[in-house]
Design a protein around this ligand. Structure first.
Ligand SMILES: CC(C)(COP(=O)(O)OP(=O)(O)OC[C@H]1O[C@@H](n2cnc3c(N)ncnc32)[C@H](O)[C@@H]1OP(=O)(O)O)[C@@H](O)C(=O)NCCC(=O)NCCS
Length: 176
């Protein structure tokens, strides 16, 4: 599928801000929103101990390739990045699959339906790409949020090591 086929995902203006594809060079702004979301929102459900590694990681180069593949969207509010989402589409055993790696908002934009709209865009991209299922590992914070979109638990709650500290995670999936 050509880039043109995804033109409608590139930017969406909402009453309080914009959802658009991330641009090369926005890695550190995405990372800052990511870490703030964990430290200021997830901490309320996960506790200080669980975010010690998860919420204090170095940037590294984790966003570079995903931005190039046009799989990362940002929420821009007042001229700065206040949230983002990342879904990866891939082939496995001849089947197209998707993994929703991230959906993180900062406190300023919570409750304004950005997350719902961004979920809609990411689910639509997965469907258009031919994915038969979407998997994700949910935080405690977003577990019920993902259920609203039809995601179900695909395994027992587990502890995932992030930066040397265990983080509670719920494996979930959505089949089309
Ligand atoms: C989960 C998250 C993305 C939701 O963002 P949000 O700004 O509240 O989402 P929206 O404004 O789009 O909410 C839309 C609806 O979902 C509901 N909702 C939001 N969070 C919810 C939750 N955790 N459980 C159940 N419902 C939830 C809202 O009440 C709202 O309901 P309504 O349409 O009936 O009024 C946000 O809380 C967040 O960034 N959390 C921290 C990061 C995180 O844990 N990400 C997941 C990593 S796997």
């Amino acid at each position: 599928m050509s880039d043109e086929d995804f033109w409608f995902f590139e930017e969406e203006v909402m009453p309080n801000g914009i959802i658009r594809l991330a641009k090369p060079g926005e890695d550190s702004a995405i990372h800052a929103a990511h870490m703030r979301s964990i430290r200021e929102i997830c901490v309320n459900d996960h506790g200080e101990e669980e975010i010690r590694g998860w919420g204090f990681r170095e940037l590294g180069n984790r966003w570079v390739d995903a931005i190039q593949r046009k799989e990362v969207w940002v929420i821009e509010d007042d001229g700065s990045i206040k949230g983002f989402g990342y879904i990866r589409i891939f082939e496995e055993n001849g089947t197209t699959k998707a993994h929703l790696h991230a959906l993180y908002l900062t406190p300023e934009i919570i409750g304004k339906k950005f997350a719902t709209r961004l979920m809609g865009l990411m689910l639509e991209k997965a469907k258009i790409s031919g994915a038969k299922e979407i998997a994700l590992d949910s935080s405690i914070t977003a577990h019920s949020f993902y259920k609203r979109f039809g995601f179900v638990d695909s395994g027992p709650m587990r502890q995932v090591d992030i930066g040397g500290y265990p983080v509670t995670s719920y494996p979930m999936c959505l089949e089309f």
